[in-house]
Design a binder for this molecule. Structure first.
Ligand SMILES: [Zn+2]
Length: 97
C-alpha cells in the first residue's frame, strides 16, 4: 500500500526507507545533511556519529518531510549525491561523492 504525499516527488513513496540519526529521530536535531550512498536515503543532523548501527533508525522518508518540509527541496538527489546546509532555512549545498 502506498500513500501519496504532496511534497514527495513522483516515484518516491512515503514509506521509502530513510536512515536518520537518533538526534533527528528524537526531534532534537534538525536535518542538515541528506545523502544517498548507494541510492539509499540518509537524513542526518550533520554531526559526526560513531560507526554504530545503534546511532541510526530507519523511518519512511515521508515522515522526515512531515516533520521538516524543507527537506523536500533535496529529494531530487541522485545516487551518490549529497546536500548540506549550515542551519534550518539556509541554502543546501549539493555535491557528489
Ligand atoms: Zn545526528
Amino acid at each position: 500500500m502506498s500513500v501519496t504525499h504532496p511534497l514527495l516527488p513522483q516515484g518516491l513513496p512515503h514509506e521509502t526507507k530513510c536512515y536518520v540519526c537518533i538526534g533527528v529521530f528524537d526531534g532534537i536535531r534538525p536535518v542538515l545533511y541528506v545523502a544517498r550512498p548507494d541510492g539509499d536515503w540518509c537524513a542526518l543532523c550533520g554531526d559526526e556519529h560513531p560507526d554504530d548501527a545503534g546511532v541510526y533508525r530507519v523511518v519512511g522518508i515521508g515522515h522526515v518531510i512531515d516533520r521538516d518540509p524543507s527537506v523536500s527541496e533535496v529529494l531530487d538527489l541522485g545516487p551518490n549525491e549529497e546536500a548540506e546546509r549550515s542551519a534550518l532555512g539556509e541554502q543546501w549545498a549539493r555535491s557528489s561523492f
